[in-house]
Design a protein around this ligand. Structure first.
Ligand code: ARG
Ligand code: ZN
Length: 508
């Protein structure tokens, strides 16, 4: 048999024939007909978002080609999704919120599309065999809308006065592209944006091209080559000034007409060198370095420039504690206040509202590149592995460079009632995912681990954990098992009280 089977309503007679053939051949086909494949599931049964993500396939690559008109808010998109089937598939789902699908195809053949809420079901003309790589193309358009989360925060496609900023934790990325929107399915991305002249579109990864189109708009292509969970995809469209550390400052007015830009290797973060906080970042060129591209909306560009300049140095310091920086590029995006209500660790290039662009938050979002972005949560229940580590990274930073011991932060956090409302490993509902226990108690768990195993073993865990699960996913159980393996002993007493325990212990 060919790798693909025919299916669909028209295949009734054929199906009967296949059944007879299969019966003659030993009867491995199911009695329901000649159809072997089944639909992939409409969700991955995440404890908080059961419908998020989809079963039956594993995305390898997204190529998103998007045009945005800030005037009317309309987005025109094509998503080309390359995936590998993890079962014989008769149909499969993509998550998409809002927008209108014009057409879809699988491996070049038109696919039937059905829409129910945020679930898009595609039925390819031919079944897809387990293990096969297939390419889905979805053409869509509309005015994307933000999502209001259970905790009241806004995410997804957020419109600004002259552009937009897209953030997706935990579920907002489905407002601007169809996909497998659960953190367990990471993929590489190519993101192409066409926007009106005078505007920039800043995204994840390395900008590989920027050119003016025949009708005078600007098209930028970004390559995010390392695996990325979809909640970490971003784009910021507006009047941005960009800076590549060590390179020249460029404003959004200076387009290169037909230029193809090489990533600037001159500005780099390095694992070496240390200067006092607040000092100018070194223009380092050490091996193992990465280019740093920052962008800030024009109105906040000057005010954010000095701190943006500290990124190479902060990454160098974190590299010493957490091991090699996991991505081939770095940076930050600073947006004017009024749209985004919080910072997010979008991959390689975290995004900040200007009001949150301070050193502590920058340290936090950069630490997420190791903890959350490279090592991603297996499900949203494991979020404390992101937030606890990123918070602890703040404590470590001030301990090492500002002479405030982590123990001081720990005791402050211990004293606050708001940190004890639930255990970090088990937020009661989606509404509580980003509550203080996930951040502060998460960090307290790590501090108690450090006090229990000692600094040397703890340092080994800090470096070994992101190495072991680099570009992968991990759960709370993976973490406790890993910590115990490095410590060389069981740590149940620690986990029972600090990670899973219900209330505040008597003593910090
Ligand atoms: N992960 C972000 C941080 O760095 C916070 C995201 C908040 N999102 C939300 N839907 N409440 O802390
Ligand atoms: Zn965080």
């Amino acid at each position: 048999m060919t790798p693909r089977h025919r299916t669909g309503a028209a295949a009734g007679g054929l199906a009967a024939a296949l059944v007879s053939l299969a019966l003659l051949a030993g009867g491995c086909t199911e009695a329901t007909g000649g159809v072997r494949g089944t639909p992939g599931t409409a969700g991955l049964r995440d404890p908080y978002f059961p419908k998020l993500g989809n079963g039956g396939y594993d995305v390898r690559h997204y190529a998103l080609t998007l045009a945005y008109d800030p005037g009317n808010g309309r987005l025109d998109g094509t998503a080309e999704i390359t995936a590998r089937a993890t079962q014989d598939l008769s149909a499969f789902n993509l998550d998409l919120a809002g927008l209108t699908v014009d057409r879809a195809s699988v491996d070049g053949a038109p696919a039937a599309v059905n829409r129910a809420g945020n679930e898009l079901t595609l039925r390819p003309r031919e079944e897809i065999r387990e293990g096969a790589e297939f390419r889905t193309t979805v053409t869509y358009a509309g005015v994307p809308e933000a999502i209001t989360d259970a905790d009241g925060s806004e995410e997804g496609w957020l419109r600004t006065a002259d552009g937009a900023v897209a953030v997706g934790e935990p579920a907002g990325s489905m407002t601007w592209f169809p996909g497998n929107h659960h953190p367990s399915d990471k993929a590489a991305y190519e993101l192409t944006f066409t926007v009106p002249a005078g505007l920039e579109a800043i995204s994840n990864g390395v900008r590989t091209s920027r050119r003016t189109t025949a009708d005078g708009r600007v098209t930028s292509v970004w390559q995010a080559t390392e695996p990325m969970a979809s909640y970490l995809a971003t784009v910021a469209i507006g009047r941005y000034e960009t800076e590549e550390t060590g390179g020249a400052k460029k404003s959004s007015g200076t387009e290169k007409p037909n230029g193809t830009e090489k990533p600037n290797g001159a500005g780099t973060a390095t694992a070496q060198g240390s200067t006092a906080p607040g000092s100018t970042a070194p223009e380092a060129t050490a091996p193992g370095s990465v280019p740093v591209l920052t962008a800030a909306e024009r109105s906040v560009a000057d005010a954010s420039a000095a701190l943006r300049g500290e990124i190479p140095e902060i990454l160098a310091r974190q590299t010493r504690r957490f091991g090699p920086y996991p991505f081939s590029t770095a940076g930050a995006i600073v947006t004017a206040d009024g749209t985004l209500g919080y910072a997010l660790e979008t991959q390689t290039r975290p995004v900040f509202p200007a009001a949150s662009f301070d050193r502590t938050t920058l340290v936090h979002e950069l630490a997420h590149q190791w903890f959350g972005n490279s090592v991603s949560p297996a499900t949203w229940r494991d979020l404390w592995l992101n937030e606890g580590f990123a918070t602890y990274a703040e404590w470590l930073y001030t301990e090492e460079f500002e002479h405030v011991p982590a123990r001081t932060h720990f005791e402050r956090a211990f004293a606050q009632d708001a940190n004890w409302t639930f255990s970090p490993a088990d937020p009661p509902s989606a509404e509580n995912l980003f509550d203080p226990p996930v951040y502060q108690r998460g960090a307290m768990v790590l501090h108690k681990l450090r006090e229990t195993v000692g600094d040397a073993v703890f340092d080994e865990i800090l470096r070994g954990w992101p190495a072991k699960y680099r570009h992968a996913n991990a759960s709370t159980a993976d973490f406790t098992a890993y910590a115990e393996s490095v410590a060389g002993r069981g740590l149940d007493a620690l986990w029972d009280v600090w990670l899973y325990g219900d209330g505040r212990p008597d003593t910090p």
